[in-house]
Design a binder for this molecule. Structure first.
Ligand SMILES: Nc1ccn([C@@H]2O[C@H](COP(=O)(O)OP(=O)(O)OP(=O)(O)O)[C@@H](O)[C@H]2O)c(=O)n1
Length: 451
């Protein structure tokens, strides 16, 4: 394939492109000899699996940073040194990245033997087209098996314990028996891993329905206990599974809510895994102190009407902060936990709905999703969903009849908290049908101010 054809290739063809140097956004002639492509791009290309993004990983025996710099300069592409000590640098193209790392140890084989799983330890020589596979990773790939390279490698970087479940979920693979029993034994080591790294892997498991069964396996293997301590129970896991069912149901009834649930939390757009759906699942994983004893058959009849959802927000918030979740994500989880009991207590007055929408804002789809997952019937939230989806609805999307400036002028008031209070009172009077024009609003404000 020549470069032009490659440029025209659709995203579906990306897996093939990874093993076709002609299609890379840089010339093979600029690469040193030897150089090897490794990791996920090789694995996925051999599987014929589509990657969301063309990200290539290379290893070279020496001068990795210099290699990256040369390519970046040549194409005027972005250049970042990711780790000066370990000699790792990234070249950033418009729709692809290429990482260049110094080979670990004194040979390619040594480097591959230091990796996590056999399926990730296959190298591709772009100059010769040869695959180097000393650990028979390709055989495991064809059988759909995640197999550790060695127990010592898992111990060296215990994040790999969690990566096994994430990759099994993503690839639709099984974890080989000996690997799984080693992971179970080493599970406590995960507690040593930096929270951000754990959060990323956990995020993958929370971001799609394929992750849910593996989250359960990780829980029963003691993996989640090392990350989330002892607080997560079988009920939490059952709730996460309920989210998958509830979101499919809701997307059918309200497609727009389905779209919003799959979209990223604002401010974190670059990370496609941090969706509202993932937030809803995270919340379900963390909902504490539900009256478990009252629930007989978790998977069959998850019905919380008899149980009080008693929410201890502070411990959840501490955990989220520890895991370095963003302010927006922490706020979202807190908001869901705050309003869940109110939704259960339905019907809500119009006034309560107004204050709820005002505080919940864009978190609304995740809130109602969790509500349905914990057993609140769809009919119980239908009015709220319809309001949310109707831009002209005054309760969910109030537009001001008058501005603060109007009030200050008409009532001769200074700026201050009183203006905000008057504006809220006007909105409430409007949604309750007591006023409907700007003149009535100002009249109402005058009377309200005196009372
Ligand atoms: N804790 C880790 C992280 C990464 N790797 C190795 O580094 C490669 C690249 O890692 P990364 O980009 O994080 O993941 P990928 O395997 O590429 O998978 P994906 O792109 O699907 O995340 C992996 O394939 C694996 O060989 C490892 O051995 N141990």
């Amino acid at each position: 394939m020549n470069r032009k054809d490659a440029k025209d290739a659709k995203a579906e063809d990306r897996e093939l492109l990874a093993l076709s140097p002609d299609s890379w956004p840089f010339s093979l002639a600029l690469l040193p000899v030897p150089i090897y492509m490794v990791g996920g791009a090789v694995r996925d290309a051999l599987l014929g699996r589509r990657r969301e993004y063309l990200d290539l990983d290379f290893i070279v025996p020496s001068d990795a940073v210099q290699t990256a710099r040369t390519i970046a300069n040549h194409y005027q592409a972005g250049f970042v040194v990711l780790d000066a000590q370990r000699q790792i640098a990234r070249v950033v193209f418009k729709d692809a990245t290429a990482d260049f790392a110094q080979q670990e140890g004194d040979s390619l084989a040594t480097d591959l033997r230091r990796r996590d799983f056999t399926v990730n330890a296959i190298a591709f020589n772009p100059h010769t087209g040869e695959l180097i596979d000393p650990l028979q990773g390709n055989a495991d790939l064809q059988q759909g098996i995640i197999r550790m390279v060695s127990p010592a490698n898992l111990e060296d970087d215990p994040l790999r314990l969690l990566r096994a479940y994430r990759q099994a979920a993503q690839l639709g693979f099984a974890i080989e028996d000996e690997t799984r029993s080693t992971i179970r034994q080493l599970a406590p080591l995960l507690a040593q891993i930096a929270a951000e790294r754990v959060r990323v892997e956990l995020g993958y498991l929370l971001s799609s329905p394929q992750g849910t069964p593996w989250l359960n396996v990780a829980w029963s293997d003691g993996i989640l206990r090392s990350i989330l301590h002892d607080d997560v129970t079988a009920t939490n896991l059952a709730l996460v599974a309920q989210i998958d069912r509830a979101s499919a149901k809701m997307a059918e009834i309200w497609p727009q809510i389905g779209v919003e649930l799959s979209s990223g939390v604002p401010g974190l757009a670059a990370d496609s895994k941090r969706t509202w759906m993932a937030i809803a699942k995270l919340t379900c994983l963390l909902i504490p102190a539900i009256s478990l004893s009252e629930i007989d058959e978790l998977n069959v009849s998850l019905n919380y009407t008899r149980a009080d959802i008693h929410v201890e927000n502070s411990s959840v918030e501490d955990f989220l902060k520890e895991m370095k979740y963003s302010v927006a994500e922490i706020r979202a989880v807190n908001t869901i936990l705050k309003f869940l009991p109110q939704l259960r207590k339905a019907p809500m007055s119009v006034r309560e709905q107004y204050f709820m929408f005002r505080e919940v804002g864009v978190v609304f789809p995740a809130l109602v999703l969790v509500a349905v997952a914990v057993g609140i019937p769809i009919e119980g939230i239908a009015t709220l969903c319809d309001r949310y989806l109707t831009p002209s609805d005054r309760v969910a999307h109030p537009t001001p009849l008058v501005t603060g400036k109007d009030l200050m002028q008409a009532l001769n008031l200074p700026s201050g908290p009183q203006i905000g209070q008057l504006l809220t009172a006007i909105q409430l009077a409007r949604i309750e049908g007591r006023i409907s024009t700007a003149a009535e609003a100002l009249e109402f404000a005058k009377l309200h101010q005196k009372s």
